[in-house]
Ligand binder design. Structure first.
Ligand code: NAD
Length: 728
């Protein structure tokens, strides 16, 4: 019976050390599937059967990653009715790991690649963890970022390994994915080796040197939890601060996972291991069967993975790697784009009208680097090499040999077309031509260049060095090759691309504009400004709509509004102003348009917010009676969701993954919703009904009370009625 398939190879060497090699023959990565569970159970049983001949165990992997973790596909389909089987399944997996942990010989994890989530939970059940110290290895428990908790023993063991405070703050709540050296610093791994070849020998050497180290600290008599258990005075004093800290971190937004992790950790810390483990399983089961984790898993696992794998990129086009990029305009955006490109290894020619202007743009990279060097994140050498790759200039001839151009001059179509004409004679004949315009339709801009097929929108977000998203905009004439190249460029600079079709405001600006305007409309209606801001942050937005208006700059908003109005009227339509626009006009009139100008809805000193503007109540009187707080919260979310549905309907956006990732990573749509498309398809109302139907019903309610901009269109209504969904 040696021909039976197994995902765990069993090899005993002459010293009696057994190497269990994780190697699923049915997949490219090891996952927690049935075959693995059976194979691992059989391997552990064999260890016990042959115990007298075994001196120790090494857990190794034959795949690129050590172990890829749980099966998220099964998790997202589990409903509340499945709670019993989900719990039982979890307990079965954990019983296997516990049996391995209790094996009376030393067990070592040999971590050759990413060990995250369920993968790292296997490692936590061993007595010693050794990892290869290179950038292919990542270690941690990122479950909280998927709305889950590490329920394969992760909470229970990390709390016992590091203590409540460190375990929660450093590992469990943030869900950080650590590089090997950081993981060692935190105490998650015990030993590092430089190469893969040294890994198993190092594991065997440890076993030989420590033949009796077969018990984890928490299984030894007299074990004391690091930092103390919940009853010890230090922890007891510290515990009450946790929920408050959590609220502060999430600004009151209803992230379920961190709360569950906190509860499982604290409750588990005051009981024995087996009870703690069961408590952990219960909290995980509860998260799995609820909608919140499904929404986050959709966005942060499935959508992100699909986009990273090229989902939105035309197929069959050779990969492209940009070598020399010309950045036109060395202002705020151009300077950031130049830095990101140079950081990714490209040669950058940074052009502005004057040499001084261009040098000022390069100075931005110098200051970012200086900070990184002083923090020990970057060596002097690498910093210098990066800066050497940026050539500031005022001379278009310096763009000779560029295979990529990214334009970021003032938002003026004539100027943009002029700068493209200026560099055209110098750059490569097939250079990709990108504009970072945030509002000008790409198809129109493309009429001004001689190669419209190579012209495309590459919409970065500010600050460029921090923001992870780039919105790629296809013009009517843009070729598939240009789109594929643009996709590759975005990934080359280590950002996430979404792809949209041309439209005024594209996808992201269009959607965020509705949320800001809704906040302003509520202010005009007499909703208390503090309620508006708090509703925003409790929804899970990074900031409320009033603060966002100050940041986005109401003068700019007015300009964009005017351009939309002109465009509608040019096409013979009638423009209906949004109720928020009057508030913008008023704020400009009284000289409080933005943080940039030092005055908006908030007061600023040296660009720093110091408080709400004291004249606010007088300018926008608060109504005697308030609308329900739940409505204030929903109005912000729904207005963005409805606009997203319209973008689908108009073909501006063609993929739910793009809408989800674009809205979360580009414009701060609450991560806990899973993004603007998932918010609709995964919407759960107060009665526990889930889906587009429930969303449409609530939108109709809002439309009755607050205006037709909440009214779902026939497209959305039909989609809901037919049980359909947005294209994936
Ligand atoms: P900015 O005013 O900071 O910079 C524009 C730069 O272009 C200036 O340095 C100016 O000297 C330079 N410039 C003008 N004419 C030029 C020419 N003929 N040749 C070379 N350089 C020239 O503006 P910004 O905020 O960096 O915005 C630039 C573009 O990016 C705009 O299209 C804007 O809509 C877009 N954008 C801005 C943001 C944002 O948050 N600010 C976000 C996304 C996109």
């Amino acid at each position: 019976s040696t021909t039976e398939q197994t995902a765990v190879q069993y090899d005993r060497d002459a010293d009696g050390i057994v190497t269990l090699t994780l190697d699923d023959p049915t997949a490219s990565a090891n996952t927690m599937n049935e075959l693995y569970l059976e194979s691992m159970a059989a391997a552990v049983q064999r260890l016990y059967d042959e115990q007298d001949d075994v001196t120790g165990v090494v857990i190794a992997s034959a795949k690129k990653t050590f172990f890829a973790g749980g099966n998220l596909k099964n998790m997202v389909t589990a409903t509340k009715d499945d709670a019993g089987s989900v719990f039982a399944m979890g307990e079965a997996v954990k019983a296997g790991l516990r049996k391995l942990e209790k094996f009376p010989k030393p067990v070592v994890a040999a971590i050759n690649g990413a060990a995250l989530g369920g993968g790292f939970e296997i490692c936590l059940a061993t007595n010693h963890r050794i990892a290869v110290d290179d950038d292919k290895v990542l270690i941690g428990l990122p479950e909280s970022t998927l709305g889950l908790l590490p329920g394969g023993g992760g909470v229970t063991r990390v709390v016992r390994l590091l203590g409540l405070q460190q375990g929660l703050m450093d590992v469990l709540l943030p869900g950080t994915q650590f590089k090997p050296s950081a993981a060692k610093e935190k105490g998650l791994v015990d030993e590092l080796v430089a190469t893969r070849e040294e890994l198993v020998p190092a594991a065997k050497a440890w076993i030989k040197a420590n033949p009796d180290e077969s018990q984890n600290p928490w299984d030894k008599p007299g074990y004391k939890m690091p930092g103390g258990n919940p009853k010890s005075p230090a922890i007891a004093a510290f515990l009450p601060a946790f929920p408050a800290l959590l609220r502060k971190q999430t600004k009151g937004a209803l992230y379920q996972a961190p709360r569950a992790i906190l509860s499982a950790a604290v409750e588990g810390a005051s009981v024995d291991f087996e009870t703690a483990s069961r408590i952990e399983s219960r909290y995980l089961t509860n998260l799995i069967v609820n909608q919140g984790s499904k929404n986050m898993i959709q966005a942060f696992f499935f959508d992100l993975q699909a986009i990273n794998a090229g989902k939105l990129r035309p197929q069959g086009i050779e990969p492209y790697k940009a070598v020399k990029v010309g950045v036109l305009g060395a202002g705020m955006m151009g300077a950031g784009i130049a830095y990101s490109c140079a950081r990714a290894g490209m040669e950058v020619v940074l052009k502005d009208v004057s040499a001084e202007g261009a040098a000022k743009g390069k100075a931005y990279s110098e200051s970012l680097n200086a900070k990184a060097v002083s923090r020990g994140k970057l060596t002097e050498e690498k910093s210098q090499a990066l800066l050497d790759r940026i050539t500031p200039t005022a001379d278009p001839a310096d763009l000779a040999g560029c295979d990529l151009v990214i334009e970021a001059v003032f938002e003026d179509p004539a100027l943009k077309q002029q700068v493209f004409a200026e560099i055209a004679p110098y750059v490569n004949a097939d250079a990709l031509l990108c504009s970072n315009t945030s509002t000008l339709p790409i198809t129109e801009l493309a009429t001004g260049v001689d190669r419209p097929a190579d012209f495309i929108g590459l919409h970065f977000f500010s600050p460029v060095d921090k923001m992870p998203l780039v919105e790629i905009i296809k013009g009517k004439e843009t070729s598939d090759v240009a789109l594929a190249k643009a996709y590759d460029v975005v990934q080359q600079i280590r950002k996430t691309p979404i792809v949209v079709n041309d439209s005024r405001g594209f996808y992201t600006s269009r959607v965020i504009g509705t949320m800001v305007n809704e906040g302003l409309a509520m202010l005009a209606e007499g909703v208390h400004p503090v309620s508006i801001e708090r509703a925003g942050t409790q929804d899970g937005y990074p900031v409320g709509p009033l603060q966002l208006s100050d940041e986005l700059n109401m003068e700019l908003m007015a300009k964009i509004g005017k351009a939309s109005k002109d465009a509608v009227e040019r096409d013979g339509g009638t423009y209906t102003p949004h109720p928020g626009e009057a508030v913008v006009a008023k704020m400009i009139e009284i000289g409080r348009p933005s943080r940039l100008k030092g005055a908006g809805f908030y007061e600023y000193v040296d660009g720093k917010r110091t408080g709400v503007w004291s004249g606010l109540a007088e300018t926008f009187p608060v109504a005697a009676e308030s609308i329900p707080f739940a409505d204030i919260k929903d109005r912000l979310l729904f207005v963005e969701a409805i606009e997203t549905a319209k973008c689908f309907e108009e073909g501006v956006i063609e993929s739910a993954a793009a809408a989800n990732i674009g809205s979360i990573m580009g414009i701060g749509f609450p991560a806990l919703t899973g993004g603007a498309a998932q918010f609709m398809t995964g919407y759960e109302n107060a009665e526990g009904q889930i889906g587009l139907g429930a969303f449409v019903a609530r939108a109709d309610e809002l439309a009755e009370k607050y205006g037709d901009r909440f009214r779902p269109t026939a497209y959305l209504r039909d989609l809901a009625a037919s049980g359909g969904s947005f294209p994936a």
